[in-house]
Design a protein around this ligand. Sequence first.
Ligand code: NAD
Length: 344
Amino acid sequence: MRVAVFSTKPYDRQYLSEANAAFGHDLVFFEPKLDLSTAPLADGFPAVCVFVNDKLDRPLLTHLASTGTRLVALRCAGFNNVDLPAAAELGIDVVRVPAYSPHAVAEFTVALLLALDRRIPRAWARVRDNNFALDGLIGNDLFGKTVGVIGTGRIGALVARCLKLGFGCRVLAHDQWEDPALVEIGIEYRPPGEIVAAADILTLHCPLTPETHHLVNAEAIARARPGFLLVNTSRGALIDAEALVEGLKSGQVGGVALDVYEQEADLFFEDLSSEIIQDDVFQRLLTFPNVLVTGHQAFLTAEALSAISVTTLRNIAAAEAGGELENGVVAEMVSAVRQRNGHD
Ligand code: NAD
């Protein structure tokens, strides 16, 4: 199939080209994000392939449909960036990569937590400057701490398991569905309010939905334990960043590690080192000594890039063949709801 592949970096092109040897799609790589100004690049392509920060809203989908696009292949798990009802109305199928390497994201989450708690970036910067003083680098043992895990799907379950079995934390979890395997190892499901009030560390692994938007807001921060640590490798808009800044200023929030940020589409994946960043909230966040930010990097392992490429190309091949879509977003959602309601 002819595919216009947007938001591609050298590593995307490398892994997709290698995997494509087994599929033979006609992949045309474009570096820019897909938006209304770049959409004409996709004119006449039956498929477009996009990533997390390509916003496929109704006007963009309408343009794509009018120039012959029938398939949107997401190279990611989350699909909050696509107007699914609009896609369905316009006859555009949407496929995604539901799981590539949950280990990549789970391991990065734990790495961020350790780096934040033990001040590793500060320590590294000091040592580079021949400053071997330890003042200001005091961390806390993870052993015995209470960790709240919001969302125990593929990634959250691995994080919960690692912190419980690997570090000896008490793990409280919240999800719409309890995972019996986690209950079996002593992970305790609790209502979110109870978790927020009890957790020394809160880590977010639920998807971004209208219900989870700004899940961590001023009210939640006020109810939390003073000095709690917050980690978010899920989606930026789970946190109200302005409320977070206030929480950090007052000391109510003891530290934050973010791999995602609500307004990241204007920032992440690009080298802006010579630019003036206009996002004052983001810039304020970066000034705190107890804030650690990475640029949506948690997925970035060789294994994950390989798996993303293979699944994306297979999804495209299945769509080209006709018949049932593989990893079709709408179909997948309906079938998940039916399964969870006991229909099949
Ligand atoms: P998943 O679908 O396997 O798990 C998500 C879980 O959240 C599910 O068990 C679901 O029931 C639960 N959930 C839904 N609404 C909830 C709510 N209101 N409260 C609590 N739980 C709720 O997804 P996953 O693969 O584990 O991914 C989790 C998140 O990580 C997604 O948002 C995804 O976009 C993000 N992600 C980030 C990166 C990165 O590089 N930073 C990479 C991959 C995935």
